[in-house]
Design a protein around this ligand. Structure first.
Ligand code: SF4
Length: 473
C-alpha cells in the first residue's frame, strides 16, 4: 500500500495563526479535507463529548470552528456522538436523554456549536445501518450509527489520548467504537462471541460472594447488569447467566474489584482488533473517499474521555494532525508520543515509561500487561483500511488575518472611537488628567522578592539576589 500523508503542526502557540484552533483549520485545508465538502452536503463532525466529570475531552471551540468552516464551504454541519453500551451502572451517556444532558454540561450545545448536536444512534442506541464486512479481520458486519451513515461527509475530530481497553483512543477508536450504535458497540466488544466474549472467556468466582447478610452492598451485584443476568438465588448464592452476556461492560467495575469476575485479557485484545474492522465499516457506510480525520493530540490523558475523571497527561501536547487515513494518523500520533519525554508526576512516570523511546500507552494506559498500542493500527493496515507507512508533512501557519474575530474585521479606531467619545472608559477629567487615584511611585522590586515557608510558621526571605544583573561577557 502507498505511503499515506499525515499533515502536522506542533502544539506551540504564540500568535493568532499558531493557536490550536487555527492549526486545526490549517491542517484541515492542507490535507484537502475541505475538498470533500460540496454545497448542501450534510457533514457529520464526530466528537467525544466527554463523560460526566471528565475534563480532558476536547473543548467545544474546536468543533465550533470546524462547523463554521464547513458552513463557509456550503455544507450543513452537525456535531454528534453516540450512546454507550452501558459500561458502568452509573454511566452518563447511555441514552439520548443522558448524552444530551452530559454534552450540554460539557459545553456541547447548538448555541456553542452554531449547529445541532445530535445523538447519532437514536434514543436507546438501536438506530443504525448494517454494513457487511467480508474484509474484516474479526468482524464480518458492523452497525453504524444512523446519523453518521446518513451523512454525505464525515469528519472524525478526535481527541488523541490513552484508553484502558483500546490502549490508544485515536481516530480508529473514534469511529470503530464511537460511530457504532449501541448494538454496534456490543458487536465490537465481542458480546456473545464463543471465544473472546466476556461470557465465554471470564473466570467466575461465585464463592467470593459471602451471602446477602455479609455483603452489605449486595444489591449492586444484581443491579449492575442491564440485561438482568446476575441473580442471588433462594440459597443465597450468586448466579450468572453467562451464555447471554453481551459484554456491555456494565459489571466490570463492580464484579472485578470484588474478586467475583476475572476480566479476560483476550477480550481486550480482540476488541482492539475489532475496532479497526468497525472503523472500516463506517468508511464503507459513508463512502471511502468521504471521511476525513483530525487528531488533536493535546491533554493526552492515560484514560479515555469516557472515564468519569481525567488524570495528569502522560506526555506534553503533541500537536495537531490531519489525514484521509485513519491508520496513518493514529500511527503518527503513537510515534510522536514514543519520541516525546513523558510528564513527571503522570502515570507514565509511575510506570517508569517517561523516557523518550518508551511506549507510553502500553505502560500507562493499558489495563493488562501485553496489550499492544498498535493492535488496531496493524489490523487497519492488514484489512486495507489504511497504511501504517506514512509521510509526516510539516504545515506552515496560514495568514493570521484569516483567523481573527470574524464578526467585525475593522481595527480598534473604526470600531470604538465614536463609542469611547460617548461612553469614555478613561476619566480624563480627574486627577489632573491622570484619571485615577494612585501613588505616584512605590518600591516595585520589593514585591518581586521570593519568600519561603519555614517550619516555625513564618516566612523567611530567600537570600539570593533576585534579578541579578547578567555578566557583561
Ligand atoms: S454480565 Fe454481561 S451483559 Fe451483564 S453487565 Fe456484565 S458484561 Fe454486561
Amino acid at each position: 500500500m502507498a505511503r499515506s500523508k499525515v499533515y502536522y503542526m506542533d502544539a506551540h502557540s504564540e500568535s493568532t495563526e499558531t493557536s490550536l484552533v487555527a492549526k486545526m483549520l490549517t491542517v484541515f485545508d492542507a490535507a484537502e479535507l475541505d475538498k470533500m465538502i460540496k454545497p448542501n452536503d450534510m457533514v457529520a463532525i464526530k466528537i467525544h463529548c466527554g463523560e460526566w466529570n471528565n475534563t480532558a475531552y476536547l473543548r467545544p471551540v474546536y468543533a465550533r470552528a470546524l462547523a463554521d468552516r464547513v458552513k463557509e464551504l456550503g455544507g450543513r454541519p452537525f456535531v454528534c456522538d453516540t450512546t454507550t453500551s452501558t459500561y458502568s451502572p452509573w454511566g452518563s451517556r447511555s441514552s439520548e436523554l443522558d448524552i444530551l444532558l452530559t454534552a450540554e454540561r460539557n459545553g456541547y450545545t447548538s448555541a456553542t456549536l452554531g449547529c445541532p448536536f445530535i445523538c447519532a444512534d437514536g434514543f436507546i442506541g438501536t438506530s443504525d445501518f448494517r454494513v457487511d464486512l467480508p474484509e474484516g479481520y474479526l468482524l464480518k458486519e458492523a452497525y453504524v450509527a444512523q446519523a453518521i451513515a446518513a451523512a454525505d461527509v464525515l469528519i472524525a475530530l478526535t481527541h488523541f489520548k490513552g484508553h484502558a481497553m483500546g490502549v490508544i483512543g485515536g481516530a480508529l477508536k473514534n469511529l470503530g467504537i464511537g460511530a457504532q450504535s449501541k448494538r454496534g458497540k456490543l458487536n465490537v466488544h465481542m458480546g456473545g462471541h464463543p471465544n473472546y466474549g466476556l461470557g465465554a472467556a471470564a473466570n467466575f468466582h461465585p464463592e467470593a460472594f459471602k451471602g446477602k447478610a455479609e455483603t452489605p452492598d449486595w444489591e449492586i451485584l444484581e443491579d449492575c447488569c442491564p440485561f438482568k443476568l446476575y441473580h442471588i438465588n433462594e440459597n443465597d448464592e450468586l448466579e450468572w447467566e453467562r451464555e447471554k452476556c453481551t459484554t456491555c461492560l456494565g459489571c466490570f467495575g463492580v464484579m472485578g474489584p470484588r474478586g467475583i469476575l476475572d476480566i479476560p485479557p483476550i477480550n481486550f485484545d480482540a476488541v482492539d482488533v475489532a475496532i479497526a474492522d468497525a472503523c472500516l465499516g463506517v468508511e464503507k457506510a459513508v463512502g471511502r473517499d468521504k471521511v476525513g480525520y483530525i487528531n488533536m493530540a493535546i491533554d493526552v490523558s492515560p484514560r479515555c474521555d469516557c472515564a468519569n475523571h481525567a488524570d495528569v497527561p502522560i506526555v506534553p501536547h503533541l500537536g495537531v494532525f490531519a489525514s484521509t487515513d485513519a491508520v496513518a494518523i493514529d500511527m503518527a500520533c503513537v510515534d510522536k508520543a514514543k519520541e516525546s519525554v513523558g510528564i513527571l508526576g503522570s502515570a507514565a512516570e509511575l510506570m517508569e515509561a517517561h523516557h523518550a523511546g518508551d511506549r507510553k500507552f502500553e505502560a500507562a494506559a493499558a489495563t493488562f500487561h501485553g496489550q499492544s498500542e498498535v493492535a488496531s493500527i496493524n489490523t487497519g493496515h492488514e484489512i486495507g483500511l489504511g497504511s501504517r507507512d506514512y509521510s509526516l508533512v510539516d504545515v506552515e501557519p496560514a495568514d493570521g488575518a484569516k483567523y481573527r474575530f470574524p464578526y467585525d474585521r475593522r481595527a480598534s479606531r473604526q470600531r470604538f472611537a465614536d463609542r469611547f467619545d460617548k461612553f469614555t472608559p478613561f476619566p480624563y477629567d480627574r486627577h489632573d488628567g491622570k484619571g485615577f487615584a494612585r501613588n505616584d511611585e512605590v518600591d516595585l522590586e520589593a514585591m518581586k522578592r521570593h519568600y519561603e515557608h519555614s517550619t516555625n510558621g513564618y516566612h523567611a526571605e530567600v537570600e539570593e539576589e533576585i534579578l541579578a544583573p547578567a555578566d557583561d561577557d
